[in-house]
Design a protein around this ligand. Structure first.
Ligand code: DAH
Length: 339
């Protein structure tokens, strides 16, 4: 019987040692220690033993039971530990790995240029206003001294919604709208936004952006215009920039001038950017035409004003060395990411 018990213990402990799951261990417990298990089966033979042997075998059996229980418990603990270990390993986070980079975008070149221009004029005491892109013929042309048959309309063909409504061709209508709102107070505003024209080539897009400037007050002179535009040119293109005013014509200003800045690439000596002239045209300007002041509710005998208008794309093209304005709107990330 002792041999039987020994053989049973050896076999059972081996089986426990080899088990790989809790279910397996449970069925081993039933098989060896259960009511109908192998130990019970062996102990049933005790009846045939001589009397003095029985307590000894009984004690051996109890000790064997304890060792098997212990073996099962140890194995359960080690399986649990291994499972925990495996889970930890599977869920391990390596905090030293570089993080996943979020694709962070940045401002579009037009937005950035627009903000830069706005900030400069804010610093010079101008307010920023915006207005409708769908504009009436009156504000876009009539009130700016461009009557229906005026040849200046030819250069600003636009997209019409009938005879009276169109996509504005410039931000100049905001001169009139602002004066109507603020009269009789002095005006110092810039108006920024999208404008539209029937134009499409490397330096013109059917949709583009303008910044309009307007100052109206007593005693505003051409010297004020020059001072403001010089400060602007130096702020955006470098402190060494000079400006020059070339006589020009706009129906809503008198006198009118195109404004050039000294070329920032060659410093005025002449290069391919300025086509050898040393100067780059950046905007149109002039003294507000008395008729425009009058139509907007100001008395040209009491106040005067200057105005200017520039293309944001043109400023961006010059500043960032772009050869084709259409790059700005085709949304090719390879282009946009460069800035
Ligand atoms: N509105 C003109 C254009 O789009 C630009 C312009 C010229 C605006 C002279 C002005 C100005 O305010 O005084 O071509």
């Amino acid at each position: 019987m002792r041999d039987q018990l020994q053989a049973l213990e050896k076999q059972a402990l081996q089986a426990v040692g080899a088990a790989t799951s809790l279910e397996e261990l449970n069925s081993l417990r039933v098989r060896y220690l259960g009511k109908k298990g192998e130990l019970t089966a062996i102990l049933r033979g005790m009846a045939q033993l001589p009397g003095e042997e029985r307590p000894i075998i009984g004690q051996l059996a109890n000790e064997l039971r304890d060792r098997l229980e212990q073996g099962l418990a140890d194995k359960i603990a080690s399986l649990a530990a291994a499972a925990k270990q495996a889970q930890l390993a599977a869920e391990e986070i390596d905090i030293t790995l570089p993080g996943k980079a979020f694709p962070v975008g940045h401002q579009h070149l037009i937005t950035r240029t627009l903000e830069e221009i706005q900030n400069i004029f804010l610093g010079l005491g101008f307010n920023v206003v915006t207005g409708p892109e769908v504009e009436t013929d009156y504000y876009n042309f009539e009130a700016l001294n461009v009557p229906a048959d005026h040849p200046a309309r030819d250069m600003q063909d636009s997209f019409y919604f009938g005879p009276e409504l169109l996509l504005r061709t410039h931000t100049s209508p905001m001169q009139v709208r602002t004066m109507e709102q603020l009269r009789p107070k002095p005006v110092r505003i810039i108006a920024a936004g999208r404008v539209y024209r029937r134009d499409d080539d490397a330096t013109h897009s059917p949709m583009f952006h303008q910044v309009e400037g307007l100052a109206v007050d007593a005693n505003i002179t051409l010297a004020d215009l020059k001072g403001v535009l010089l400060a602007f040119a130096q702020a955006i293109f470098g402190a060494e920039r000079q400006i020059r005013l070339r006589p020009s014509f706009f129906p809503f200003t008198e006198p009118s001038a195109e404004v050039d800045i000294s070329c920032f690439l060659c410093g005025g000596a002449g290069c391919s950017l300025c086509k050898g002239s040393g100067w780059l045209e950046i905007l149109g300007s002039g003294m507000v035409h008395p008729r425009v002041l009058q139509l907007s509710g100001y008395d040209p005998e009491q106040v005067s004003g200057f105005a200017f208008g520039m293309g944001v794309e043109r400023i961006a093209m010059l500043k960032y060395g772009l050869d084709d304005l259409r790059h700005l709107f085709t949304n090719d990330m390879r282009f946009l990411r460069q800035f």
